[in-house]
Design a protein around this ligand. Sequence first.
Ligand code: NAD
Ligand code: UDP
Length: 338
Amino acid sequence: MKILVTGGAGYIGSHTTLALLEAGFEVVVLDNLCNSSDAALHAVEAICGKSALMIRGDVRDRALLDRIFQEHAIDAVLHFAGLKAVGESVRKPLEYYDANVGGSLTLCQAMAAAGVFRLVFSSSATVYGEPEQMPISEHFPTGTPTNPYGQSKLIVENVLRDLCAAEPRWSVALLRYFNPIGAHDSGHLGEDPNGIPNNLVPYISQVAVGSLQELSIFGDDYSTADGTGVRDYIHVVDLADGHLKALQSISQRTGLNIWNLGTGDGYSVMQVLRAFEQASGRPVPYRVMPRRAGDVAESWADPSKAARELGWKATRSLQQMMTDTWRWQSNHPKGYQG
Ligand code: NAD
Ligand code: UDP
């Protein structure tokens, strides 16, 4: 089977491309490299001895998409391409709606024209807003995301729901990721954010490696066990495996399917920090700051639907996530640049 992976040079896309190649799929990557470099795909090739075909281009480029579908017998699309920085989305809403909503619309139009109806979409737990109860199940109502990034994910989910209702040939997986972290255990494929990281684990690991001075903990007055925010961190390799299972499943059915991809366990900022210190053997200095606008106190998944329907379960522990992050960060203190 041949799979088109948009955003395949990025953090989650490159780990999933590796998993696809290892499982025997042929992979065509479409990525404009606006937040990545093709070094990630070179690392994939070095790890598994197989390579994806890399096409540098934009998912909003309809003519390019038409050409790709003409030249390759694509069976399904995994759609990772998009912009993901929450704070930046508040400052640049048009860019975010254009890339995330516009890109998804153009992709679906090109897929329909080419007769390709299998799609796995990277959604996010952010679409749940602020649920009243934990853990979060797929049947919970979606909330009102507090930023354009989250809105763009919810809009695309709604577009895909309407599309499946209108045209029974579509077979779509909406994968709602919780907090992907970690790196491949080779230590040569990992997360390489541009500039100062927004997310907790990349920030902590850059403090540990000496690139940043100290972590700001955004609030220690939440009603959680130690007062810091709680999230469901999931290893990126488990997440990649979830995509393969979703792909298998949508190849055997049509319609819209929603699956949470999380572990079902919540860990606080302080627990993550301590686990990272243990894995790296380095202290991570921190300072408690006010809460970050838009953050929820806690969020963790009920992953039982994916277990039941996909036969998928995350298997890697928090300590494993920290060990793998540190191996990647200490091997590559400046990411793919060094
Ligand atoms: P990433 O930035 O590492 O990967 C996205 C890739 O898409 C990058 O390689 C980028 O160059 C490419 N891209 C962006 N706009 C493009 C365009 N218009 N045309 C072609 N390529 C384009 O991000 P990631 O963490 O790997 O996330 C992948 C997907 O998962 C995104 O859609 C993101 O919103 C979603 N997601 C991520 C997280 C997370 O915490 N990392 C959580 C939930 C959902
Ligand atoms: N966080 C923090 N300091 C940081 C980044 C994040 O204290 O520099 C906290 C944040 O408030 C949340 C958790 O870490 O409780 C996870 O945040 P992240 O941005 O990684 O993911 P989110 O769940 O917001 O998508």
